[in-house]
Write a protein that binds this ligand. Sequence first.
Ligand code: GLN
Length: 453
Amino acid sequence: EAFNAAVADAAELNAFIVTTPDHALAAADKVDADRAAGKPLGPMAGVPIGMKDLFCTHGVQTTAASHILEGFVPRYESTVSQKLWDAGAGMLGKLNLDQFAMGSSNETSHFGNVASPWRREGTNAAMSPGGSSGGSSSAVAARIAPAATGTDTGGSIRQPSAFTGICGIKPTYGRCSRWGVVAFASSLDQAGPMARSVEDCAIMLGAMAGFDPKDATSLKLDVPDWAAGLDADLTGKTVGIPREYRMEGTDAAILESWERGKQWLRDAGAKIVDISLPHTKYALPAYYIIAPAEASSNLARYDGVRYGLRDLPEGAGLQDMYAETREAGFGDEVKRRILIGTYVLSAGFYDAYYTQAQKVRTLVARDFEQAFAQCDLILAPTTPTASFPLGDKSDDPLAMYLNDVFAVPASLAGLPAMSVPAVLNADGLPLGLQLVGRPFDEQGVLNAGLAIE
Ligand code: GLN
């Protein structure tokens, strides 16, 4: 009964593209068998998780929420999902997302919008679960799955976590293998866990992370036992408050939650200091050049020959097949990114846009390096506003991109960053706070998250 109720809830939210109950049940059976045989259980033993449909899963359709990959059934398993199965987890299904992870509201999926289980108090308008990991945030917030995978290129774990009142961490770039994850912007893409508590995130991240020779940017570092290292005592830690994040257009309630966050960290023993990240305002425009540039290159492989959809009109030649397949297979936002990307990479504009954006990226990373000479962690809001009704921003790409203004700097710098639920606003919607750490300091980020949650 509980299972059927959950399936009905999930259908209403449109969180799943496909469900795979047999996979989850097999993991549960394995727990029984291992226990009977006296074998040790993995850290995720029997946990039924949702898998963002950007991770290739052996024998299970993987679409990136696109039409062009509809019907694509990988013959391989992504490294991260394989690690989760090795740790004992099972899969409830493949979760909906913004198409090719491009979006901040989960309204660009070929399989329809995802709704958040939250509503503004006194209204019934369906709210955005954030994006691009909106199926993940919605399913976890609705208690359909205890945890889910996400990916974060420019905020797609943190922003949906903030919108739905859950925890999500993007680890240091290179911690989780990108092998078998459908590529968006390879120099930014990172996988991470989304769950109901900091502790659950710590356990799941431990199962997902680790060196992988199949990913050339994978970090050759041991995976610490983050769950065992959890400690909410922040005595001796200094937390920086970046003054450039006090931006116009940020909700008063968000600024208030930031103040509350400072107090909670102080209560946990941390010292709070003001810091400056002077190039913050250039991070978003740089991101929206670099990410589309990489995307336009990564998405060149969907040509009707190798994957999924093929649109081959009668008597058409190869060029027509490419054009027809891509015209029919990609959604509007994906096409917009490909156009921006090819434009900024084109011979006449490369230096003016792409090279310039890469320089800005270096400056943003340097800002953080200098800040971390004065503090151990940075506290900021995750988003400038709470969740909004589906449809509110869907015809205004710039308003949509502004959602990522606080998330993108840490992505450009490759730093570990987490969103934890902080307070509810006057509408009864959750607001998240973001913690950013030094490279490889997931433990510091998780510990400060623990002090806030
Ligand atoms: N919302 C951002 C974008 O649309 C970030 C997406 C992501 O992190 N995958 O590019």
